[in-house]
Write a protein that binds this ligand. Structure first.
Ligand code: GLU
Length: 407
């Protein structure tokens, strides 16, 4: 998918296109074996990856996911999307990503800690606040970031909070980081609605995935008066025309109950989610959800990609034909990495900001990227994804050219 996205943007890069091959090749890839003692005394091995896609504009930046189906190819694509994302919102980072092939729900808390620490020790060769700064992603959280920070700090011999972002707030984390991605989804959804003359108040919203991104995006949208008509997760789909209260649903899930046991809304099958009529659809789960077949089924006006890579290039083509506006992942979910940048700045300057400052600065960076993308899309008559890639790739490749080839 990423390679196809690069091919699509190449004709718009002018002379910089001669550097485009840089984007197709990750700078470095590390595969590691992660052996751990299980609680029952057994030794188990897991496979881990960390990829630096590009570091032309700054240290590699991007999350770590724990997922049983994670693959190297997936991590390569995810790291490349981080390069585009950090360049588009103009923060001084490159792109990286990591994963361990594991189902963390099958691990005890102490097994999870041992796994995290051993994986960190293995990739610490290429980590560092000026080299590569991980963050949370699918199935990882502030506690896991704290273990990563501690393991790295023990290795180098001094507390190094800036080596990872998304940490707990009393351990060098930033206020506003936990909800930053969801807040960003809300900000770009509102701006897009405004451009199209749609009112967010009363808009019908369908959300796929109710984790860190989907859950908080739903809460922001609901607070602005939107109606969350559908929520899908691995267990099924909740549907209620009058609207689902995402705050109550969050409490319900926190109590360890399943989505489909939530009282009130009707329960549908997972796949039925795609047929539900909405004004805004927020895919906030995994990649490859909206292909050309699903794209033909959708009954919505705006798709705001909370997840990374939820729409395939063939899906994009169908959506463009059908005049469904797609706000691409690299813009829509960039709120997370923007506040990660603020966290890193606060850590290395040892000066912490209040929540208002974080939120104002987040809005400023994201809205600037949104406006630039929107203008480029109108000017060049290209979709928003291509427009975002034009802006981001130019920034990355200009840096590449200015730095020149070594030796
Ligand atoms: N995992 C998030 C993403 O995909 C955040 C990365 C970060 O904050 O570095 O954008």
């Amino acid at each position: 998918m990423f390679l196809e996205q690069v091919t699509r943007v190449e004709p718009h890069l002018g002379p910089l296109a001669r550097w485009a091959e840089t984007l197709r090749r990750p700078r470095r890839i590390l595969t590691v074996d992660v052996p751990i003692h299980m609680d029952n005394g057994q030794i188990m091995h897991f496979e881990g990856f960390r990829v630096h896609h590009n570091t032309s504009r700054g240290p590699a930046k991007g999350g770590i996911r724990f997922h049983p189906e994670a693959t190297m190819a997936e991590v390569m694509a995810l790291s490349a999307w981080m390069t585009i994302k950090t360049a588009l919102v103009n923060v001084p980072f490159g792109g990286g990503k990591g994963a361990v092939r594991v189902d963390p729900s099958q691990l005890s808390m102490s097994e999870l800690e041992r796994l995290t620490r051993r994986y960190t020790a293995e990739i610490s060769l290429i980590l560092g606040p000026d080299r590569d700064i991980p963050a949370p992603d699918v199935n990882t959280n502030p506690q896991i970031m704290a273990w990563i920070m501690d393991t790295y700090s023990m290795t180098v011999g001094s507390l190094t909070t800036g080596v990872v972002t998304g940490k707990p707030v009393n351990l060098g984390g930033s206020l506003g980081r936990a909800d930053a991605t969801g807040q960003g989804v809300f900000i770009v959804a509102s701006r897009t609605a405004q451009k199209l003359g749609m009112d967010i108040a009363g808009a019908r919203v369908a959300v796929q995935g109710f984790g860190n991104v989907g859950g908080s995006a739903a809460r922001f949208l609901h607070s602005a008066g939107a109606r969350i008509v559908a929520v899908q997760d691995v267990g099924g789909t909740l549907y209620c025309e009058k609207g689902i209260n995402p705050f109550a649903l969050t409490q319900h899930l926190k109590a360890g109950l399943s989505l489909t046991d939530f009282r009130g809304p009707g329960v549908l099958g997972r796949a039925d989610f795609w047929d539900i009529e909405s004004d805004i659809l927020v895919p906030a789960a995994l990649e490859n959800q909206i292909d050309d077949v699903v794209a033909r089924r959708l009954r919505t006006r705006i798709i705001v990609e909370g997840a990374n890579g939820p729409t395939t290039p063939a899906g994009d083509d169908v959506l463009r034909e059908r005049n469904i506006v797609v706000v691409p992942d690299v813009l829509a979910n960039a709120g997370g990495v923007i506040v990660s940048y603020f966290e890193w700045v606060q850590d290395i300057s040892a000066l912490f900001w209040d929540e208002h400052e974080v939120s104002v600065r987040l809005r400023r960076l994201l809205e600037a990227a949104f406006e630039a993308t929107w203008d480029t899309h109108l000017e060049k008559r290209i979709d928003l994804r291509r427009a975002a890639y034009v802006l981001a790739c130019r920034r990355v490749l200009e840096a590449r050219e200015l730095r020149g080839l070594y030796p």
